[in-house]
Design a binder for this molecule. Structure first.
Ligand SMILES: [Zn+2]
Ligand SMILES: [Zn+2]
Length: 615
């Protein structure tokens, strides 16, 4: 093939490719998949060669300044995968490639490594997808071990995805007990030159097993036989990044391209995954719990709401009983700190973050106020910053406040708070007050009684997935309880509670999916939010409305423009945020409409525009 003109893409939200002339001295070294150094927009930049051509419609071309790789770091398969990734997530091919590659290769770092050319060509796996619905960690792990064993025996490789980095080490220990194949723990973001060596080793097949969090879904394993996605519905998998990918979906893209098997593991699968299991007839394995704790409901509407306590009388007597019998209880209360709202008693002024539209949380143990979104912290003001009123009251209690109430009621108890800040749990603790941070230790954590103090707050969140999330929460807490799960609620007829009692997953998903269908929500429709951010609130609100109107005027069949409105957190890190939400039955139709519209839409003011494909 002639290599006269190289077609190059960049990790920017512009499509390309762009033509560059190739000098004779680079004819040997340049190839499809090579990184090159070129001039782009009057600046030197790293680009990726995606093709060659003989002629260009442009008369004068810039030359390729340098070829950075001795042998191309991107294989043909990587390019195919990046193409499907870019059309799935509506990003440019260059952005997709930069998402796949480690950060260190986005810079002008040379790679002198030569990839082994003739990697063994092994028959692909079946490309089978399994949902392992696990209420029994041990049984499920045995099942996964069998799957992994079969893959390794076939000289193929395994990738295990975990929602949180902190889980990687203990998981790899468990795996190493069963298999003596080299395991690589993928934790670092691969930013240094040393990291690059490891990445190259992985790419040349040194590690048959990789265990990592979110970004390891792009691990450059060849001969991939199996991807295991542990705790597939865990929200920690989704991050506010561009492109806004979901590793669960990326696993299925790899499955399509590489014909590997995929196993999703969950104690209560996401509604999206359950829907796909039914639709595509995935294999389904259910691992029932050894024993199910009894569920007891406490109807809060029977208690005087004026007396503001988070401990109903039945729960109080239960705590007393636990202490008398030397047992252990977890009080689940999903609010950090002492109080999540501090307000002036005189003028009603709320103490907010300087940079966000978020009320500051007061953390008593640190004597500081914190923003739960940006990490900003400051001292508790002595007087109201607005009216100089002298009394600031805490109104929405967090676990520290609950702790002081429990301490007052049960001075003999060994009380301990478990949250994001405090993760050491002494053996002797018998009353554990915990936020959802406790769910990370699902495995070893057991208590005789588990009580959910404020279930209604979980269901009443604005997120359309809140029902599903509340149900998952109850399932996981139920697994922690040896004897009994107590749920305090005013929503006695709520379907999450109803189906938890019988542990009737089928009925739960039927109800949840029926609701989603009626409201035209995912998985029946794809929703994408166009996020518009900037420092001038008025301009951002105006721009969002203009974009909304523009999209409506140029609407395409099969796409709906919903509304333009401020984000739930309307200001974050000094930037105002607005969203235009669109809906369609087909993701590619929707994203291609958005992409072509955004290209034509003339912004009248400065703003950052990104897409959220998982709103
Ligand atoms: Zn005031
Ligand atoms: Zn903040």
């Amino acid at each position: 093939m002639s290599k006269k003109i190289a077609q190059v893409v960049f990790g920017l939200p512009i499509e390309g490719p762009f033509d560059y002339s190739v000098d004779s001295n680079f004819q040997e070294s340049i190839a499809i998949g090579s990184r090159v150094f070129v001039s782009f927009n009057r600046r030197n930049a790293v680009g990726y060669v995606v093709d060659f051509r003989d002629k260009s419609p442009f008369a004068r071309l810039n030359p390729v300044i340098d070829v950075l790789d001795k042998s191309p770091v991107l294989s043909q398969a990587d390019l195919v995968f990046a193409r499907s990734f870019s059309s799935f997530y509506g990003c440019s091919l260059g952005e997709a490639l930069e998402t796949i590659l480690p950060a260190v290769l986005r810079k002008k770092n040379r790679v002198d490594f030569v990839f082994p050319e003739n990697l063994p060509n092994i028959a692909a796996a079946e490309g089978k997808v399994t949902l392992a619905h696990s209420l029994n960690r041990k049984e499920c792990f045995n099942f996964l071990s069998e799957q992994i064993k079969a893959v390794l025996e076939n000289k193929q490789n395994v990738l295990v995805l975990l929602p949180e980095k902190i889980l990687i080490k203990s998981y790899s220990k468990e795996i190493s007990k069963v298999f003596d194949a080299p395991v690589y723990c993928w934790g670092s973001p691969f930013t240094s030159k040393k990291d690059l060596d490891i990445w190259l080793e992985i790419k040349s097949g040194k590690y048959p097993i990789i265990i990592g969090s979110r970004s390891s879904i792009f691990a450059p394993l060849r001969n991939l036989g199996l991807i295991v996605v542990e705790d597939e519905g865990n929200p920690a998998y989704f991050q506010d990044q561009t492109p806004n990918y979901n590793p669960r979906e990326v696993a299925l893209l790899r499955q399509e391209n590489e014909k590997c098997n995929v196993t999703f593991v969950s104690s209560s699968p996401s509604a999206e995954t359950w829907y796909k299991k039914e639709k595509y007839d995935w294999e389904y394995k259910y691992f029932p719990a050894e024993n199910q704790a009894q569920v007891q409901l406490v109807d809060l509407s029977n208690y005087n709401p004026g007396k503001m306590s988070y401990l109903s009388y039945p729960l109080q007597s239960q705590i007393k009983k636990v202490l008398d019998e030397h047992k252990k209880i977890i009080l689940f209360f999903n609010r950090r700190g002492f109080s999540s709202l501090t307000q002036c008693d005189k003028c009603g002024f709320k103490i907010k973050c300087e940079r966000c539209s978020v009320n500051l949380t007061f953390i008593y143990s640190k004597k500081k106020m914190f923003c739960r979104r940006c990490g900003f912290s400051c001292d508790l003001p002595k007087i109201c910053p607005k009216c100089e009123g002298a009394y600031l009251k805490s109104s929405i209690a967090g676990i520290e406040k609950l702790e002081s109430e429990v301490t007052r009621l049960y001075p003999q108890a060994k009380i301990f708070c478990y949250d994001k800040e405090n993760k050491a749990l002494p053996e002797e603790a018998n009353v554990i007050i915990a936020t959802q941070a406790i769910l990370e230790i699902k495995d070893g954590m057991k208590a005789d009684i588990v009580a959910v103090l404020n279930f209604d707050a979980e269901v009443n969140k604005t997120d359309f997935r809140s029902g599903q999330k509340a149900f998952s929460l109850l399932v996981d807490l139920n697994l922690m309880a040896k004897e009994k799960l107590i749920v305090q609620t005013r929503l006695m007829d709520n379907y999450c509670i109803k189906y938890l009692k019988k542990l009737d997953f089928k009925a739960f998903y039927k109800t949840e999916l029926k609701l989603r269908k009626e409201l035209q929500l995912p998985p029946y429709n794809v929703m994408v939010a166009i996020n518009i951010r900037g420092t001038d609130e008025e301009k951002i609100a105006g721009l969002s409305q203009e974009l909304h109107d523009y999209l409506e005027q140029n609407i395409k069949k099969g796409v709906e423009v919903l509304d333009s409105k401020a984000d739930e957190v309307s200001k974050l890190r000094d930037q105002y945020r607005y969203n235009v939400v669109l809906r369609s039955k087909n993701q590619e139709t929707l994203l291609s409409f958005i992409k072509s519209s955004l290209k034509k839409f003339k912004k009248k003011s400065r703003a950052i525009i990104t897409l959220d494909t998982n709103p």
